[in-house]
Design a protein around this ligand. Structure first.
Ligand code: C5P
Length: 235
């Protein structure tokens, strides 16, 4: 049987991860959070740029190529594995990673490596993959493409609540500005920018519960199945 891919893209903190995780459980598909791969590359770039005496030195683009070379990365059951070992995800949610992940994600060689890893992981299984360029680049032939949006104010509220719950010291305005900047950089980069794929269903999650968003996606899936069946019957 042909494997099925569901691509969920959208702006930062629009609910992709929460929705993607629950949806994948309901469907018994594998869940893949592509953002964690870009966060991991950023973490590596930061580590490679650290001056042993001065701490963090100026970010050098020379280190971008090194960031993922000779390393194997995998994602299974919500966990990221680097060279076979589970990587602590809280390190990828640090403010410094939040601030640098969009510029690092603009790099062509980093995007190329991560796109190929993601395609490899999804090649022989049913997956729900979330990110920014999944429906437009990584899984262009996905069975279903969804794009999530929400107002910046609502997204900043969600992200701020999540960070505070995780014990991160921050302010609402810092979170708001970071999301605004990331959306801007992600949408305007020349390679694989954040766009709404032309065949995607767009859902504004501002006033919707997670359950409502999932119900909508399942309805879109049924509509797709029906259209597919119908077109087969007409051949
Ligand atoms: O999804 P999350 O907010 O964790 O993603 C962090 C960053 O990784 C995004 O702001 C974006 O710069 C980058 N990213 C990307 N392409 C993806 C997933 C994430 O460029 N498919």
């Amino acid at each position: 049987m042909k494997v099925r891919h569901i691509a969920i893209d959208g702006v930062a903190s629009s609910g992709k991860t929460t929705v993607g995780k629950i949806l994948s459980k309901k469907l018994n598909y594998e869940f893949i959070d592509s953002g964690l791969f870009y966060r991991f590359a950023t973490y590596r770039v930061i580590e490679l740029n650290k001056d042993p005496l001065l701490g963090m030195a100026k970010l050098s683009k020379d280190k971008y190529k090194e960031a993922l070379s000779g390393i194997s990365i995998d994602f299974k059951d919500g966990k990221l594995y680097v060279d076979g070992l589970e990587f602590p995800l809280h390190l990828l949610r640090q403010q410094m990673v939040d601030e640098l992940v969009s510029p690092v994600s603009e790099d062509a060689s980093i995007r190329e490596s991560i796109t190929s890893i993601l395609r490899n992981i999804a090649s022989n299984k049913n997956v729900v993959m979330v990110g920014r360029d999944i429906g437009s680049v990584v899984l262009k032939d996905a069975f279903l493409k969804v794009f999530l949006t929400a107002t910046l104010e609502e997204r900043a509220k969600r992200r701020f609540k999540e960070l505070i719950a995780n014990g991160v010291e921050t302010t609402f305005s810092k979170v708001y500005e970071n999301l605004k900047l990331r959306d801007m950089v992600d949408s305007s980069r020349s390679i694989a920018p954040l766009i709404v794929p032309k065949d995607a269903y767009v859902i504004d999650t501002t006033d919707k519960t997670v359950e409502e968003v999932i119900e909508l996606i399942l309805t879109f899936m049924k509509a797709k199945e029906y259209a597919l069946q119908h077109s087969k019957n007409n051949i």
